[in-house]
Design a protein around this ligand. Structure first.
Ligand code: PLP
Length: 402
């Protein structure tokens, strides 16, 4: 008999990283239940998995939402597309991070980075087109691409530094290539790509676009572009390749990913900008009204003044990187984001992650990022959790070395 659900939904569910993510969540729930059975309670688990908050939100964040939720006129909660005041505030702030002369008209508010990425892909790529991205990737590119009917083409990063493998990217481009996704600062590697790599990538894409007779676009996924350490500069692909769609989310800088707001920006002066904005506006409606809620958009001017404490995050990075290295872990110090990406002490990262889970420490296996042999630690955990986890990281590597 005919299947109940559509082929596209089956393809999405079958996408390997997605399946593995659900399996991972199931195992995490089981670990929490087991901890409960042992009388430890799920709150005794030391959770370093997702970029979720582990402390109450910033009071100024709560106040911004509270204020935005008070209606000032009858139309306050009317249907709202992308709000000009939110766009203007977002553009002024983006200008400080990526100085290209942005105005509010160059961007549209979206339901976070997710919304921006899916609209960006659909705005420029047709079903059957190929989208190239680097491994290890954010594990949901695959389903966003599949949902858009696109074909993912995956290029492993250069190890051990996890730089873009420019030769491999050039070799992966075909006449069907329409999008290259670049994620800097990179989740999970923590790498911030330097100007030389972005310049070289731009040259490759200019040349390939000319050869194909069809523009290849960069989708620049940069939700962590304000989470960069040691005062290092951040460079956006938009500064090197004009045909770039910039995707941003407030979920990282404000550490409130459940409150959905972000934007999709088209670099100023792009000749195709008007056509693109028309496509973006239509896709936001057709995708199922992908605009952020009115309250989130009203709050954006206030939210733009806020950030998690980057110095405190950097201190957590330094504490844990230092401790892990001293124990014998092979781990780079991330230049940005809130993740560490150490090499698993044993080749089987899932077995190693399971050994940490038995000790009550939850991290994510590299296999989830299609890069076995590594694992990811999220630094949004509290300093106290990090201190509590350090002896367990030590016991786990000592056991692995035996
Ligand atoms: N891109 C990357 C690299 C991410 O790490 C995430 C979230 O983890 C997203 C996009 C999506 O961000 P949001 O959930 O805020 O839309």
């Amino acid at each position: 008999s005919a299947p109940v659900v559509s082929r596209r939904s089956q393809q999405i569910q079958a996408a390997a990283p997605f399946r593995m993510l659900f399996e991972f969540l199931r195992r995490r729930a089981a670990a929490e239940a087991e901890a409960d059975d042992q009388g430890r309670g799920e709150h005794d688990l030391l959770d370093f998995t997702f970029g979720d908050p582990h402390e109450l939100a910033m009071p100024a964040y709560v106040e911004a939402l509270r204020s935005a939720a008070v209606p000032r006129d009858e139309q306050w909660f009317a249907y709202m597309q992308s709000e000009q005041a939110a766009q203007d505030a977002a553009a002024a702030s983006l200008e400080r991070v990526v100085p290209l002369g942005w105005t509010g008209d160059d961007l549209r508010m979206t339901t976070g980075g997710f919304g921006a990425i899916t609209v960006a892909m659909k705005a420029v790529a047709d079903p059957g087109d190929e989208v190239v991205y680097t491994l290890p990737p954010w594990f949901l590119y695959e389903i966003l691409a599949v949902e858009a009917g696109l074909v993912p083409v995956k290029v492993p990063a250069l190890q051990p530094g996890f730089d873009l493998d420019l030769d491999a990217i050039a070799a992966a481009i075909t006449p069907r290539t329409r999008v290259v996704v670049v994620n800097t600062p990179n989740n999970p590697s923590g790498r911030v790509y330097p100007p030389a790599q972005l310049t070289a990538l731009a040259a490759i894409l200019e040349e390939a676009s000319a050869r194909n007779g069809r523009r290849i676009w960069i989708v620049s996924d940069e939700p962590y572009n304000r989470i960069v350490f040691d005062g290092k500069p951040f460079h956006s692909p938009t500064q090197f390749y004009r045909h770039t769609l910039l995707c941003y989310s407030y979920g990282k800088t404000l550490l409130a990913p459940g409150q959905r707001v972000g934007y999709l920006a088209v670099p100023p002066g792009l000749p195709e900008a008007d056509t693109l904005m028309g496509a973006i506006d239509s896709l936001q409606v057709a995708g199922g009204w992908l605009f952020p809620n009115a309250v989130m958009q009203y709050a954006v001017p206030d939210l733009e003044r806020l950030s998690i404490d980057i110095d405190a995050l950097q201190s957590k990075r330094d504490r844990l990187v230092g401790a892990l290295r001293e124990m014998g872990y092979d781990v780079a110090s991330p230049e940005g984001t809130f993740y560490l990406w150490p090499r698993s002490p044993v080749p089987d990262d899932e077995a190693f992650v399971a050994s940490l889970a038995r000790r009550g420490v939850l991290v994510m296996p590299g296999t989830l990022f299609e890069t076995p042999g590594w694992f990811r630690i999220c630094l949004t955990a509290t300093p106290a959790s990090i201190e509590a986890a350090i002896p367990h990281f030590r016991a786990a590597i000592n056991e692995a070395k035996r």
